[in-house]
Ligand binder design. Structure first.
Ligand code: ADP
Ligand code: ADP
Ligand code: ZN
Length: 214
């Protein structure tokens, strides 16, 4: 099963992608997590990506396209994957299609998690992230067992720099300009499935399972 998650920043793509990965036993591939790991480890890629991410801008296509194509060639991705945060532009989607065509395969579904802009700022200001293992929490809707500590690995949780309200507004603008056109792109390929992301996270997941099958 080869899936793409679409939706605004904070719509719940990562939350749902993790549940999908677990249920269907496929890797969750998040380009945001890959960049954050590179920033944490001080790599060249991390240094380049950080200047864009801190401003709420997209990292240039050429820094992300080959990275994902390489990741999809790895052994664990043979049985499928759920891509979260990629593609984010039409050129990224086109290069993904080209890379998949070379491998003799294609995307099965693009799942669009729909949440209006009004709900996003609240979602993001309550989001807390673990930079060590990529787990995500919410102060109200997905509380960690102990305040400020990751359930999975014990690391301290942070409010991401790019989750400050001013940067979130900018990211929403970037989403509407550059990423939302992918909805028509995948609709044109007859693989688009839309779910209501304003529901409780378990209900959203049940709607996704109804699409993908048990
Ligand atoms: P969110 O899940 O909240 O939308 P991500 O973790 O997916 O955030 O991404 C954080 C930032 O990383 C983005 O704002 C962008 O700067 C960068 N980024 C992640 N994926 C991509 C991509 N496919 N293309 C360009 N930039 C990306
Ligand atoms: P994205 O990957 O699309 O940026 P996340 O999965 O990180 O979004 O979710 C953003 C924030 O909203 C997180 O703090 C998460 O715990 C919370 N969240 C995710 N889905 C829901 C939901 N259905 N209802 C309420 N909060 C949610
Ligand atoms: Zn953790």
């Amino acid at each position: 099963m080869q899936l793409i998650m679409l939706g605004a920043p904070g719509a719940g793509k990562g939350t749902q992608a993790k549940k999908i990965a677990e249920k269907y036993n496929i890797p969750h591939i998040s380009t945001g997590d890959i960049f954050r790991a590179n920033i944490k480890n001080g790599t060249e890629l991390g240094k380049k990506a950080k200047t864009y991410m801190d401003q709420g801008l997209l990292v240039p296509d050429e820094l992300v396209v080959d990275l994902v194509a390489d990741r999809l060639q790895q052994e664990d991705a043979k049985a499928g994957y759920v891509l979260d945060g990629f593609p984010r532009t039409i050129p990224q989607a086109e290069s993904l299609d080209a890379a998949l065509a070379k491998m003799g395969t294609k995307i099965d579904y693009a799942i669009d998690v729909e949440v209006p802009d009004e709900n996003i700022i609240n979602r993001m200001s309550g989001r807390r992230a673990c930079v060590k293992c990529g787990a995500t929490y919410h102060l109200e809707y997905a509380k960690p067992k102990a305040d400020g500590v990751c359930d999975m690995c014990g690391e301290s949780l942070i409010l991401r720099d790019d989750d400050q309200p001013e940067t979130v507004k900018k990211r929403l603008g970037v989403y509407h300009d550059q990423t939302q056109p992918l909805i028509d792109y995948y609709s044109g390929q007859n693989v688009l499935k839309e779910v209501d992301g304003t529901k409780d996270m378990n209900e959203v997941f049940a709607d996704i399972v109804a699409i993908l099958g048990e």
